[in-house]
Design a protein around this ligand. Structure first.
Ligand code: ARG
Length: 407
């Protein structure tokens, strides 16, 4: 390959900005561009069409990677095991996809002899950080560029460029939103949503129907093995199929709409509207199964870990040593997270109403208030005497010293 070391691998979406970026990077840097599109279940246009467009826009090579199963299994499932919700709400849709996209970019870079990786992110968001930190983590020898941030490729410039060069891409259709989507969910920002008082309009949503007028309730049984969904209503499913089916069924009930203001890594607060019907239903079910299968202290500790895990993934630390160590802990907790959860999907809510597991720690004979229970209530007396001792001593001291908490 001649000149191969000069090539740039571009994360290509098929949209206006990355289509223009192909030629723009060529002009600004004098390098050949290899376009790589990664399928993480974003739907929309056929990827072969997107591949051809990249070539038509001047890419020297164009490559499409089907990463749907890999994304579901190796990125969404760890997030499910971690019940990962950034700031208690956001299932990390975009944050999870960046590391898998980068993995394919780096592979392509090695294959096509490129030393630089380019992405279409702006200089204001989390995604630039996730792309670049992931790239440095996987390939410390590679460089990154962002045409929007580093080569002044603004939207107006992109439209002018596409028109002047007659690129096969729509420049007139003005989408007011910035959207990122994959099988785990959909993120919508900008436009009129930038005014925090403006409610999202109907056209914001694609994965979910309006929960105000739902269809009849939909009861579903999700079977898990070691924290991973393996069957729905008794039919075996892959992780990808489980997410897709629940996207459809929970989406029809308007489940998983999230309208929030979140704290970005770069210090900006931003209004985000998400829809993640499958992710939200699965996390709800998974948490319910953990409530019967995890030991009390393990579950309590895991909850703290989950928050940190979500923050790390949000903050571009997918490949960090701390995240790796946490994965080992979380994986260990899933040993007995096997069983069935029944839930009713209806009117915007996924409500658990049944759980069963061979590995359950729930003991009916201990819990029951009926006669014949096996829990020896007389033991509680001594337990409370000792458990309350420290409080008793402290309270007595307060009285002795004339102080006290004033009860
Ligand atoms: N704020 C979310 C995140 O940082 C979503 C970003 C998605 N990008 C977009 N162009 N809408 O993970």
């Amino acid at each position: 390959m001649t000149n191969s070391k000069d090539r740039v691998v571009l994360a290509y979406s098929g949209g206006l900005d990355t289509s223009v970026a192909i030629g723009w990077i060529g002009e600004q840097t004098g390098r050949e561009v290899v376009a790589v599109a990664v399928d993480v279940g974003q739907g929309g246009e056929d990827l072969e069409v997107i591949r051809q467009r990249a070539l038509d826009c001047g890419a020297i090579e164009a490559y499409v990677a089907d990463a749907r199963d890999e994304f579901a299994e190796e990125y969404c499932m760890p997030a499910l095991k971690a019940n990962a919700l950034y700031e208690g709400k956001y299932p990390l849709v975009s944050a999870l996809s960046r590391p898998v996209i980068v993995k394919h970019l780096v592979h392509a870079a090695r294959e096509f002899g490129a030393t630089t990786v380019a992405h279409g992110c702006t200089g204001k968001g989390n995604d630039q950080v996730r792309f670049e930190v992931s790239i440095t983590s996987m390939a410390p020898d590679m460089n990154c560029i962002s045409p929007v941030r580093d080569l002044a490729l603004t939207r107006d410039v992109a439209i002018d460029y596409a028109e002047k060069h007659d690129l096969p891409i729509e420049t007139t259709k003005h989408n007011p939103f910035s959207i990122d989507q994959n099988v785990w969910g959909r993120a919508v920002e900008t436009g009129f949503l930038e005014d925090l008082w403006n409610a999202p309009t109907k056209d914001v949503y694609v994965y979910t129907d309006d929960p105000t007028y739902p269809p009849l309730p939909d009861e579903v049984v999700i079977s898990f093995e070691k924290g991973v969904p393996v069957a729905i209503d008794g039919r075996r499913v892959t992780p990808l199929e489980a997410i897709q089916e629940l996207n459809r069924r929970a989406g029809a009930q308007g489940i998983g709409r999230i309208d929030m203001v979140e704290d970005r890594l770069v210090g900006i607060k931003s209004r985000e509207v998400y829809e993640a019907p499958g992710a939200v239903a699965l996390i709800e079910a998974h948490q319910a199964l953990e409530s019967v299968t995890l030991e009390r202290l393990q579950r309590r500790y895991k909850r703290q870990m989950e928050q940190t895990w979500g923050e790390l993934v949000y903050e571009a630390q997918w490949y960090s040593p701390l995240k790796r160590s946490m994965d080992a802990f979380i994986e260990d907790t899933q040993t007995y997270v096997t069983g069935d959860i029944r839930m009713v999907l209806h009117g915007g809510r996924a409500t658990v109403n049944g759980r069963r597991s061979e590995a359950s720690l729930y003991d009916f004979n201990l819990a029951t208030y009926e006669t014949g229970d096996t829990f020896d209530q007389s033991s509680s007396r001594g337990f409370i005497d000792i458990y309350g001792l420290q409080s008793k001593l402290a309270a007595a001291r307060d009285v002795r010293m004339g102080g006290g908490a004033g009860y």
